[in-house]
Design a protein around this ligand. Structure first.
Ligand code: SF4
Ligand code: SF4
Length: 472
């Protein structure tokens, strides 16, 4: 029985409710008066429930599709302006006891090198990331209580926050590790993590069990209820995601939104981020084996419909996607992207030997961070290295509060411009710096509050003189 407030996975992700939602969406996909009503509601930035959003996703009428894309762009612009938050993944360990059929780290894959970074190696990786200009990391590990216990992860976080190299600093460490206990989540919170991210992979229980035949991750309920435990452990910011291509995308889309509604219903705050990875090639993995792959057009439609349904949730896209696809979905709702990523353990310091094969997936976007930053700026986006809210203790629904208080232009934008200025001073190539300086000058007038604008100008000057780490 569907109940968003239930703590039981199969009740808040109720299969019957999803099937009925899909049937409702199919029946109403050309019900234009209803679609108009849904679009009107969404335009007020109140978000949509999973049934309403599913109707939009099902709609195929070209004129209405244009309206959906236009609204997604409008919401993106209103809530996020032209800022794009930058981050990089850091792979600590690829030991794993699970047998996920879509991931090369699965336990029985004998032809990849298993590695775990020592604390000294972590320092070297993080120094390399700092030298690129990164301030925000997403830690990634496989699940292995013996080779990669929680204490190792905690020690690694401490190491990372403690590294001070030139003007570099990692100011926010997000963590993407396996589902764990409330007690361990509490420890992660105490270690100062930003967002805890866990992908569901698929919400379809039967497929989930087929795709995860053995290991702790094979327990659908334990995995699906993990975000609840994280929030019980005091982590306010949690990230959701599915791996598109494993199951029917319509099913995953409804499940994802139901999961967001569940968090909102129980904890009063929805997910901080939603990630939208697609299955892609890797050692031992052929995406062709999964017959639910989605086209670039469908992918763009999913991103637009998520943007409309959960207007205050950040959306993340990785270097799994090509430059072309990334460019398309940035306009429709994605607010965070990775740049210059390495998806192998130790990959930032050393190019991996081909025989090691320790990457979790093949990267499609191979550009350096400098190139990604310049590319964004040439499209008039402001790459942001801002971590202010986390460091000011503004967690949970603070982005929504900032939006509602109309403070995006006077808080997020100046923070983005100041962190971009730091990047330009410390790490950018001359060409990128020139583009960036012009962009900053052009964006200053958009800070509407005269006092904030004046403070911003003063701080930009101080950054040019060598001071660092200002924030609103
Ligand atoms: S997806 Fe995660 S849990 Fe599954 S095999 Fe890969 S690293 Fe292990
Ligand atoms: S001020 Fe807060 S909400 Fe705005 S960009 Fe920075 S971290 Fe995000």
């Amino acid at each position: 029985m569907y109940n968003p407030k239930s703590k039981i996975a199969t009740e808040f992700i109720d299969d019957t409710e999803i099937q009925e939602t899909l049937a409702y969406a199919a029946e109403n996909k050309a019900n234009f008066p209803l679609i108009d009503q849904i679009l009107e509601k969404a335009a007020t930035l109140k978000g949509l429930n999973h049934r309403e959003a599913a109707v939009l996703l099902e709609c195929e009428d070209p004129a209405y599709l244009e309206k959906i894309y236009a609204l997604a762009r409008e919401i993106k612009e209103k809530n996020y302006g032209n800022r794009i938050v930058m981050f990089a993944p850091l792979y600590l360990s690829n030991y794993c006891v699970n047998e996920c059929r879509y991931c090369p780290y699965h336990h029985h894959n004998k032809h990849i090198a298993r590695k775990q970074l020592t604390q000294e190696e972590i320092v070297r990786e993080v120094v390399a990331l700092q030298d690129m200009g990164h301030k925000r990391l997403a830690l990634e590990t496989g699940e292995d209580p013996v080779n990669c216990p929680i204490d190792y992860v905690l020690e690694s976080i401490k190491t990372i926050y403690g590294i001070k190299h030139k003007n570099g600093a990692i100011r926010r460490v997000n963590v993407n590790i396996a589902a764990t206990t409330v007690e361990n989540y509490r420890k992660l919170k105490e270690a100062g993590i930003g967002t805890y991210i866990l992908f569901q992979e698929t919400y379809h229980k039967e497929s989930y069990e087929h795709l995860h035949p053995t290991g702790p991750k094979s327990n659908y309920a334990y995995h699906t209820e993990a975000h609840d435990r994280a929030m019980q452990g005091g982590i306010d910011d949690v990230g959701l995601g599915v791996l598109f291509g494993l199951e029917l995308y319509r099913y995953e889309f409804a499940g994802l939104l139901m999961h967001a509604e569940h968090l909102e219903a129980v904890f009063g705050v929805g997910p901080h981020t939603i990630s939208v990875p697609r299955v892609c090639p890797a050692d031992d993995i052929d995406p062709g084996e999964f017959d639910n792959g989605i086209s670039d057009d469908t992918f763009a439609k999913i991103v637009a419909c998520i943007r409309i349904a959960v207007p205050y949730t950040g959306m993340i896209i990785s270097t799994r996607e090509s430059q072309k696809v990334r460019e398309r979905v940035l306009h429709l709702g994605v607010s965070q992207i990775s740049g210059g990523s390495r998806t192998s353990v130790g990959g930032y310091v050393e190019e991996e030997k081909p025989e090691d094969n320790s990457a979790q997936f093949d990267v499609s976007d191979h550009r350096t961070l400098d190139e990604v930053v310049r590319w964004l700026m040439e499209m008039d986006y402001v790459p942001s290295f801002c971590t202010a809210c986390y460091r000011e203790g503004r967690t949970g629904d603070r982005f929504m509060s900032l939006c509602k208080a109309g403070q995006i232009q006077n808080c997020c934008l100046p923070n983005a411009l100041m962190t971009l200025k730091e990047y330009l001073e410390d790490y950018a190539s001359p060409e990128t710096r020139a583009v960036g300086e012009r962009l900053i000058t052009a964006n200053i007038p958009d800070v509407t509050n005269p006092k904030a604008r004046q403070v911003l100008v003063e701080r930009l000057e101080k950054i040019a003189q060598g001071e660092r780490d200002f924030r609103f």
